[in-house]
Design a protein around this ligand. Sequence first.
Ligand code: SF4
Length: 377
Amino acid sequence: MAWQNQLKQSICTIDQLRRLTEITSGDEKKLSHIIVKHPMRVPGYYASLVDWLDPDDPIRRMAVPHTDELDVSGSYDTGGEIQSTKMPGLQHKYAETALILTTNRCAMYCRHCFRKRLVGLPTEEVMKRFGDAARYIEQHTEITNVLLSGGDPLVLGTGVIERIVERLSDIGHLRYIRIGTRVPVVFPARILDDGDLIGVLRRLSRPARRLHVVTQFNHPRELTPLAVRAVDRLLGAGLVVSNQTILLKGVNDEAGTLADLLRRLVGIGISPYYVFQCRPVKRVKRHFQVPLARGYRIVEDAKSTLDGLSKRFRYVMSHRSGKIEIVGISGDEIYLKYHQARDASNLGRFFKRYLTEDAGWLDDLPRVGEGSASTAS
Ligand code: SF4
């Protein structure tokens, strides 16, 4: 069956969900409300990885709506994306990187998504005129790389992907192009069943300018034989594959699980790039965010069992002021460093804040010398 038809058979309604798991009538009403706000889509493949007898199954948590999503504390734009938008679908936050929101669609609508405000929903934020975005990138010679994101670019038709990457490949000052996608994790058939896609990616990943895929495996159980084969296809086509893991409560917030994931990623040829602190996104924060103090302990405990390649990643917060590495904790203080910064004068800046046990984000950390929480910017 063509991948498009396979996707059409995803689980998108509460009725379909009820065939797999018990849902009380009280929860049914709440979940129906939630999926109107933020749609559900679970491809059949990913649903087959869920242990439906376990309500707390980690794979289920990432795919299936939960009543905790009724909690709207937090923000829908924690990274200042709207502030970075130069035209619909083009963000330019860090001088050297441009980000294109190619689509609002994904193979699966992950419950922990930080772009919940737009995935699967009508939006004005995604790319409208790719030609204008390409011209902007052409005119800004400080841009060295483009991240194709969304939504998930790999749910676009192969011809569309080809035209986008080909046009960007003509821009001389770009050193590489990245495709941010969860398709290898949630829907590997897109890669395995479409020979044309692999052919296009192979042709466009050139020795002097490789195409990169940045994916998001969050749990070792996502590394199935099919997912590993999909990754192998990408590597075999000459792409570079790296991974960003989100630290998620009830999914990978245990050092052994996180270490197992990172170790296995390296084994199959994926470079662990970042472990992200879960952002305080509305309908995500309460359900998924691990406090920084606990997150740091988990990451350090995992690292203590890992070899050099498996612990190359940085544990970071993608804050509106920049990408902030969580460097260390000593007593009641947390040490942080700007790895990327919206304001270039902050680049590399090392600083500290007071740490409380329940703080989950920079904005929750009081400045040293002050009694109350304040922001970095
Ligand atoms: S695939 Fe990525 S963009 Fe889409 S819902 Fe999942 S995390 Fe969000």
